[in-house]
Design a protein around this ligand. Structure first.
Ligand SMILES: Cc1cc2nc3c(=O)[nH]c(=O)nc-3n(C[C@H](O)[C@H](O)[C@H](O)COP(=O)(O)OP(=O)(O)OC[C@H]3O[C@@H](n4cnc5c(N)ncnc54)[C@H](O)[C@@H]3O)c2cc1C
Length: 260
């Protein structure tokens, strides 16, 4: 079984307060501390667990500047067998459709049985890329998986819902998004880190993938961030201390907002 797992390098959410370039409204990705998206680590873990059970190969795929090779090396240290980075200055400014086009072009060449993605990236939060990849590759999308099993050519997931889970299945090849927190990623071992240095990591340009700037990157982006606003600080709530009249004060408060 061949599994492609999509990953992204992002500004470290534990250290960085997101900085935006005021001219473009794009995330500042240089001069900041960068990590493999923690959500994507869950996807890598899901892929490695399936590989341990069914054999085959795990290939991590990313799009990003050359620095994203570091994030891919981490996936190799965790246990992935190979990695592909799509990198080209003309891809900066890609929207979710352009990103999906670039990723689908690289993944399609691998002819995987499974494509695993996180539900959304921790920096962009659009949650559009996995669905775009599925559509472009003509594969069904099984989303919000907290458990994945494969039997022959049938893939079954437990799909998280607000009240429980659904059991959903599709015939391979499929695209799966893993639910946030569903998989606890392993730490790369020292042996894994040493081995990762010798594993294959290929870097592809837009030309290598036959991609056209009018379809991907800033030139092909249909989405634009028009403006960005800060969330207004919320005023402190009113505290009612119970001196015997709290129930009346609460009732008055609720009545004021027509909640009684
Ligand atoms: C593997 C992967 C999965 C993703 N999944 C999601 C998702 O599920 N949800 C979501 O909200 N967003 C996802 N994204 C990102 C999303 O598609 C948009 O790219 C992003 O939200 C656009 O805003 P930005 O401010 O990051 O733009 P920018 O900073 O302009 O970045 C746009 C994209 O271009 C890439 N990029 C920048 N420079 C280069 C370069 N030299 N070569 C190649 N690429 C470059 C960035 O890494 C980013 O993906 C994913 C991106 C990747 C690479």
């Amino acid at each position: 079984m061949k599994i492609c797992v999509c990953v992204k390098q992002i500004p470290d959410p534990n250290i960085e307060v997101s900085k935006l370039d005021p001219a473009t409204n794009r995330l500042v990705r240089t001069g900041v501390s960068l990590v493999l998206d923690p959500g994507d680590e869950g996807g890598v873990e899901a892929a490695l667990l399936l590989q341990e059970k069914h054999g085959g190969e795990v290939v991590a795929v990313s799009m990003g500047p050359q620095t994203a090779q570091e994030a891919l090396r981490r996936t190799l240290a965790m246990g992935a067998d190979g990695a592909i980075l799509i990198s080209d200055p003309a891809l900066a400014g890609a929207d979710s459709l352009g990103t999906a086009r670039a990723l689908a072009a690289a993944i399609g060449r691998e002819q995987p049985d499974l494509v695993i993605c996180a539900t959304e990236s921790t920096d962009g939060y659009t949650g559009m890329v996995p669905g775009g990849i599925a559509q472009l590759l003509g594969m069904p999308a099984l989303t919000f998986a907290r458990e994945i099993s494969i039997d022959g050519d049938t893939c079954t997931i437990h799909r998280v819902t607000p009240t429980g889970y659904q059991v959903v299945e599709a015939t391979l090849p499929v695209v799966i998004t893993v639910a946030s927190g569903a998989y606890t990623p392993r730490y790369p071992s020292m042996k894994g880190i040493m081995a990762s240095k010798k594993k294959p990591l290929s870097v592809l340009s837009m030309a290598d993938l036959g991609l056209n700037a009018s379809e991907v990157g800033e030139a092909g982006a249909k989405e634009r961030v028009v403006s960005v606003s800060k969330i207004e600080a919320r005023a402190a709530g009113r505290v009612i201390k119970d001196d015997g009249a709290a129930a009346v004060a609460i009732a008055d408060f609720l009545d004021q907002y027509k909640l009684l």
